[in-house]
Design a binder for this molecule. Structure first.
Ligand code: FAD
Length: 321
């Protein structure tokens, strides 16, 4: 029997998250000859989204639409995924290492009595999976010797394939009886959030306690906007109430790997570095030349952020116009 890799896609606000496209590329890296089957879970008319997975390399797509899948619950999604896994018997499963991926995949792995390699940042030849350990201070390389090749991939590390609208493939619906849920989500009240999703942003402008106030963050938002990026923060800034904890990056916050990370008034505590040190290019702005952030920075600006950021905004605007 030929290999088949199931890619569990994720929808957010009816849009497929970019990491789902990256997961298709990961499936191809695991086995270029395997059939890649996309899976989309949600409610309403989500079948139309299936074509995007095909454009990014899936061979066919299975859609499970059910009222109980409108909002993520591990039980509801677990029942749907298990039905599809039992029907399809994949040799591999790939999902994004997102909040949902982190919650769902260990449960599925346990039900399947198989292993799981989580938070993969690279796939080498011969199925060697690379993942950070000790808060990003080291990497381990793992191979799966038995059972289903089940992995989650960290967003922004394995590039998606180029979109090819001319690709075609079947998008089919599967009925799953999703019942007996012990938890039903009645309503989700969102905090207002605008702009680019932090965990998938290519550019992040992150502020620390050095920014000194919520108002001090305004220029950071302006810089992030003109760079097409998102704003993040250290825990110091969140603890000081300059911004929401949803922006916290680090060991107890989000782990990010953007192309460009601009750390503004952040000292570079080990717990902060755990969430951003794998960023591709790090720029640090800090008035203290001895600050630890300069030890991980590719480019450092020693200066007062309140002088540097406006100058940076001015210069970036010139280049962007
Ligand atoms: P500070 O350390 O106070 O640094 C502020 C910096 O701003 C200084 O370097 C200063 O030189 C600079 N500065 C001040 N004024 C200016 C100016 N005008 N211009 C330029 N630079 C200026 N932290 C995280 O970030 N994320 C985590 O997930 C996290 N998890 C943690 C988990 C645990 C269990 C623990 C114990 C701690 C955790 N922390 C985390 C906290 C961490 O140890 C640090 O306390 C925190 O990162 C410090 O934030 P900061 O760099 O913004 O503040």
């Amino acid at each position: 029997m030929s290999d088949k890799i199931l890619v569990i896609g994720e929808l957010r606000d009816d849009e497929i998250r970019n990491v789902s496209f990256e997961a298709i590329a990961a499936a191809k890296k695991i086995d270029a000859n395997a059939e890649v089957v996309g899976l989309l879970l949600g409610s309403g008319n989500i079948e139309t989204q299936g074509q995007s997975l095909i454009a990014y390399g899936a061979d066919r797509v299975i859609v499970v639409s059910h009222d109980n899948l409108k909002t993520y619950t591990s039980e509801g999604y677990g029942q749907a995924v298990m039905k599809v896994v039992n029907d399809e018997s994949p040799t591999g499963i790939v999902m994004g290492h997102t909040s949902i991926g982190k919650d769902l995949t260990p449960k599925i792995a346990s039900k399947l009595n198989t292993g799981l390699v989580s938070d993969v940042v690279d796939i080498e030849d011969d199925g060697v999976f690379v993942r950070p350990i000790y808060s990003g201070k080291a990497f381990e390389k793992k191979v799966i010797t038995d059972g289903i090749t089940f992995i989650t991939i960290r967003p922004n590390n394995i590039p998606a394939l180029d979109k090819d609208e001319s690709r075609s493939g079947e998008v089919s619906s599967v009925d799953v009886d999703i019942s007996d849920l012990r938890t039903v989500i009645k309503d989700v009240i969102r905090k207002a959030s605008e702009g680019v999703d932090l965990s998938e942003a290519n550019v992040i402008v992150a502020g620390g306690r050095g920014v000194k106030s919520a108002d001090g963050f305004k220029p950071l938002y302006e810089l992030a906007e003109i760079l097409g990026g998102a704003v993040g923060a250290s825990r110091g800034a969140c603890d000081a109430d300059y911004c929401d904890y949803a922006l916290q990056i680090g060991q107890t916050g989000k782990v990010v790997t953007p192309d460009l990370y601009i750390a503004v008034g952040i000292s570079g505590a080990i717990q902060h570095l755990a969430g951003m040190s794998n960023s591709k290019v790090i720029v640090a702005i800090n008035k203290d030349p001895e600050s630890n952030i300069f030890n991980v920075a590719d480019y450092g600006i020693v200066g007062d952020l309140f002088e540097v950021i406006p100058l940076l905004i001015e210069e970036v605007k010139k280049v962007k116009v």
